[in-house]
Design a protein around this ligand. Structure first.
Ligand SMILES: CC(=O)SCCNC(=O)CCNC(=O)[C@H](O)C(C)(C)COP(=O)(O)OP(=O)(O)OC[C@H]1O[C@@H](n2cnc3c(N)ncnc32)[C@H](O)[C@@H]1OP(=O)(O)O
Ligand SMILES: O=C([O-])CC(=O)C(=O)O
Length: 370
């Protein structure tokens, strides 16, 4: 038995949710480029869960279900009040989402319909929890979710307490479409492994949030913004990046396990970053990002991934950088729950083997003789 480090190239599940073939990403067979231009996030969530685009009445029904489910139990909000103000936002999200299960009477109901309802609840409540956490830590009261608006609109509204601009809603909605699913990425795999033991959907999503938090995965979008903040000016890009490359340090937001010729989502986020810069009349972050890309691609051949330009986009939308990875979770919970439903529909325990490389033929030595 020989291990493949990081399971690179190992096919560990069959799935009909999303595919990456020859560098092309599709959700249920629809090219991400087309969905990014034409679909709303709610249409995409429906597509991931049901395998088909919704009709108008199916979409209206989903939107009203999401609206009704967006209110988080007061006990969970009261729990958020007790978190330290400086708590890591992904740790706070992981804890709060786990606690939602305590107040859901059907949390442990394994039925297909109950799990679908829970997928909608988790989708609806993710943004409410993040916005409430972000406000409470600043000494502000949470803002109750609105009905009749989409997930992106509702999140921005609950975060600021003000009606978001159409530009901001459209940009965030597109970012949510682009982040919704990505085959067997680490957090989705974690979710599938967890529910394959026949544990519940909240446990699966809690595992996934834990995996997304890491800077080699979803946490990279925040790490990109830390880097941009450290660099500060266009003039400083070259010495900063050169120094990192000379020291063989990783440049966050570049590289990918699966894509070798570039992440198809990055170009949409780059364009969004450019557009938002023009609208804001401030191209500093965009110009710095483009220069970083020139240097890293030029010297290492590495291309930006989904996390690279999303950092400047979210900052240009006025979002604090430690909410970037939670926003990723608002989108990806659609994919996580779709994969959980798929896993449970044809379940088998996920239990690979390990190649043993430790000592052999050891014999117990009494403690006094060690
Ligand atoms: C939503 C997402 O999860 S997208 C990914 C987000 N993560 C990041 O942006 C973090 C930065 N990128 C990385 O760490 C990696 O490219 C990963 C984690 C995405 C993929 O990792 P792996 O497939 O395991 O590649 P691995 O880390 O082994 O890198 C292979 C080689 O490329 C180099 N490399 C990979 N990414 C980078 C990078 N961002 N900067 C500099 N060098 C890099 C490695 O140092 C390594 O070089 P070596 O062979 O000389 O040692
Ligand atoms: O697929 C991966 O390994 C990481 C990624 O890009 C994602 O989850 O969107």
């Amino acid at each position: 038995m020989t291990a493949t480090k990081g399971l690179e190239g190992i096919v560990a599940a069959s799935s009909s949710i999303s595919s990456i073939i020859d560098g092309v990403l599709t959700y249920r067979g629809y090219n991400i480029d087309e969905l990014a231009e034409k679909a709303s996030f709610e249409e995409v969530a429906y597509l991931l869960w049901n395998g088909k685009l919704p009709t108008q009445s199916e979409l209206d029904a989903l939107k009203s279900q999401l609206g009704e489910a967006a209110t988080v139990p007061s006990e969970v909000i009261d729990g958020l009040r007790l978190y330290p103000k400086g708590a890591n936002s992904m740790a706070a999200l992981r804890t709060a989402i786990s606690s939602l299960a305590l107040y859901d009477a059907e949390a442990n109901d394994p039925g297909k319909e109950a799990n679908y309802r829970k997928a909608i609840k988790l989708q609806a409540q993710m943004g409410t929890v993040i916005a409430a956490f972000a406000r409470l830590r600043q000494g502000q009261e949470p803002v109750a979710p609105k009905s009749g608006v989409g997930v992106a609109h509702n999140f921005l509204y609950m975060l600021t307490g003000e009606e978001p601009s159409e530009v901001a809603v459209t940009a965030l909605d597109k970012a949510l479409v682009l982040h919704a699913d990505h085959e067997l990425n680490a957090s989705t795999f974690a979710a599938r492994v967890t529910v394959a033991t026949l544990s519940d959907i909240y446990s699966g999503v809690t595992s996934a949030i834990g995996a997304l938090k890491g800077p080699l995965h979803g946490g990279a979008n925040e790490a990109v913004m830390v880097m941009l903040d450290e660099i500060g000016t266009l003039d400083n890009v070259e010495p900063y990046i050169q120094n990192k490359l000379n020291n063989k340090e990783k440049i966050m937001g570049f590289g990918h396990r699966v894509y070798r010729t570039g992440d198809p989502r990055a170009k949409h986020l780059q364009q969004m970053s450019k557009n938002l810069s023009e609208l804001n009349g401030d191209s500093r972050l965009y110009d710095m990002s483009v220069r970083i890309e020139e240097l890293v691609t030029g010297q290492k051949g590495l291309k930006p991934n989904v996390d690279f330009y999303s950092a400047s986009c979210y900052t240009l939308l006025g979002i604090p950088r430690d909410l970037f990875t939670p926003i990723f979770a608002i989108s990806r919970v659609s994919g996580w729950t779709a994969h959980i439903l798929e896993q449970l529909a044809d379940n088998r325990l996920i239990r690979p083997r390990a190649e043993y490389v430790g000592p052999v033929d050891q014999h117990y030595v009494a403690i006094a003789q060690r």
